[in-house]
Design a protein around this ligand. Sequence first.
Ligand SMILES: *[C@@H]1O[C@H](CO)[C@@H](O)[C@H](O)[C@H]1NC(C)=O
Ligand SMILES: *[C@@H]1O[C@H](CO)[C@@H](O)[C@H](O)[C@H]1NC(C)=O
Ligand SMILES: *[C@@H]1O[C@H](CO)[C@@H](O)[C@H](O)[C@H]1NC(C)=O
Ligand SMILES: *[C@@H]1O[C@H](CO)[C@@H](O)[C@H](O)[C@H]1NC(C)=O
Ligand SMILES: *[C@@H]1O[C@H](CO)[C@@H](O)[C@H](O)[C@H]1NC(C)=O
Length: 456
Amino acid sequence: MLLKLLLLFVLVFCENVYSEICSNASKLKCDCRIFTNTKSHLPMQTADCSERGIENIPENIEDGLSILDLSINVIQNLDPTKQALSSNSLEELILSYNNITYIDVNFFQNLPNLQQLDLSNNFISAFNNSEVFQNLKSLNFLDLSYNNLNTLPDFIFNPLFKLIQLDLSYNYMGEFLTSSKSVLTDKLGLTSNLTQLSINGLNLMELPSGYFDKFVDLKKLSLCDNDLSVIPTVPYTLEYLDLSGNKLTFISARYLNYHSLKVLKLNEMDTLTDIHHYAFYNLFALEKLYINDCPNLKEFNELAFDVPSKDIDHHPKFLSLARNGLKSLNQSYKYFFKNMDHIDLTHNPWNCDCDILWLQDFADELSKPHELRCNYPSELKHKKILDIEPSDLLECFPAIYGKKSHRVLIVVLSLSCVVLCGLIFYLLRYPINGIANKHKIGPNSPYSLAHTTDHA
Ligand SMILES: *[C@@H]1O[C@H](CO)[C@@H](O)[C@H](O)[C@H]1NC(C)=O
Ligand SMILES: *[C@@H]1O[C@H](CO)[C@@H](O)[C@H](O)[C@H]1NC(C)=O
Ligand SMILES: *[C@@H]1O[C@H](CO)[C@@H](O)[C@H](O)[C@H]1NC(C)=O
Ligand SMILES: *[C@@H]1O[C@H](CO)[C@@H](O)[C@H](O)[C@H]1NC(C)=O
Ligand SMILES: *[C@@H]1O[C@H](CO)[C@@H](O)[C@H](O)[C@H]1NC(C)=O
């Protein structure tokens, strides 16, 4: 502890000595701070040089600096003959949102302790040398998302045997990455140490079978914004799977048999219309399920998890079903809702009939319960479900208003009374004789006997 304090003291008061970019004299005016690393409990220095219009990597990064953030600048080529970066202490380098198009093979040679490298949101269209990451033996995180990459050189990831997190999203590599089942491993050199992979937005239509076979430790997989029409086979070790923005039309238990999966995201799919019986039944560990923004999902199967009942606790604790096309939700879900931490059912076009009223009992459990509104019938459109009164849905409250059939009977009987009264009144006013006299057979009657005999 004393040692740590001493170290902190030394770092604070000798700032200029070990990192010139943090000195007051530096042209860059980076925002330098010291914080305590949560893992090692050692003080670390970070230099935030983002958004400063920097064109070249700053020189004189001396030992001591752990994190260098150069995001949102206009750095173009990473060429060590023009701008060298060398540090034994640097652990994290952020170069996102720059104008980087080309990285020289020697650029990352002198960063032996670099663990995290973020090159996302640049204009890198190719790595023409597979040795560009040669000396990054400590790298565990690499982000190449949002670049212009079509392909990658063979074995480019070979030196990165400690890599556990890789993001290749939003490039043009879809075809390249699905050219064979072992592109990622045999061709590019990723190891089974990888635990997190993001391959979003690559127009992937299907993955070759066995694509993830070698990733025996993968925990988190993101496959968003692709064109997948069926859920691909993913590693059994997976704990997090995001398939949002694909072209799935249905969800079935057949494709979801992962006993470690804790979080499943199936958002933003216009194509999704069906959730089959027991679709999530085999996901024993499922804690969070997100199905949001699927406007054509009109029903959420009453047996999506299991038969809802008092004694069954087989369902996630977090369920988000916002902004779908749901009109109703089977009342039996009340057994599950009682044991959930988060339930979001907002912005669905609910059909307000007697079958919706059970939701009123869950005002405390539901997230933003006041945003649950009726879409049908038209006289209740936009009404909050929590505000529905017995008088809005008379037929649902027979105890107060009687049964509908009873009410009809009452109306019919009342009407009959009015008619009868009218008749009685009429009969009293115009007694039967008066009426009868009018039509008596007489001389002026067409049936008059006198009349007929005249002719004869
Ligand atoms: C840097 O400048 C600020 C004021 O601009 C001053 O308070 C601080 O002491 C200076 N730091 C060093 C290390 O000179
Ligand atoms: C960096 O890229 C942006 C976006 O393409 C462009 O507007 C800007 O002119 C570029 N700056 C330099 C210095 O190349
Ligand atoms: C890589 O590309 C750069 C610039 O496009 C070029 O100067 C260099 O010679 C290329 N290296 C290889 C090995 O092709
Ligand atoms: C996984 O990483 C460890 C070090 O963290 C390394 O010793 C091991 O060789 C790596 N595994 C593979 C298959 O490369
Ligand atoms: C709710 O689900 C149960 C079980 O499948 C079914 O018997 C019942 O009719 C459903 N209720 C409604 C209102 O659809």
